[in-house]
Design a protein around this ligand. Sequence first.
Ligand code: VGL
Ligand code: ZN
Length: 202
Amino acid sequence: MMPDHSVLVIVDVQNDFCPGGSLAVRDGDAIIPVINEQTTYFSRVIATQDWHPEGHVSFASSHPGLQPFDELDANGISQTLWPDHCIAGTAGARLHPELNQAAISLILRKGTKQHMDSYSAFFENDHVTPTGLHGYLQELRAKELYFCGLATDVCVFYSAMDALQLGYQVYLLADACRGVDAPAGSADRRLQELADAGCRIL
Ligand code: VGL
Ligand code: ZN
């Protein structure tokens, strides 16, 4: 059993990021048994959900003439455009049904504002506006954070990077993550960036 100050953070294991979803990550659902096993070792497990309003700034469909994976300058913040995904309250936004939700004590929803995206579990994409997760973890005296989930090169990456910056000891459970990896090789580069910044890849 892991000590009480170690927390498992499950990032965005939602239907839309799994096969059949609107922004499916290849083999995204293959990590679920691995994550479920990990939950048995932690006394505290939290999860995040990407949770967007309809017409969200990150949706290509909100920008006539632009396509998914195009880039946009949204009020000074560079924004990759995606297919519509994880619309609040829809089936695509639900946690995957095979994920062991019984183990999860907090679910944090992010990306809820129309005009700003939030890849990280800690800060919105202005890198300033907090989600509240750091305050929650501080009150619990959490010191070590173990990250897993989807997608390695987007929300897991930005969450783990912010966690390092905030002073946590950060681990990434590589077998319990999958990346969008477009272009191919970008997920591995992100892992290397995390390792260089002090994240331990397990
Ligand atoms: C994510 C793209 C857009 C993620 C969220 O959870 O990694 N990726 N929104
Ligand atoms: Zn999103």
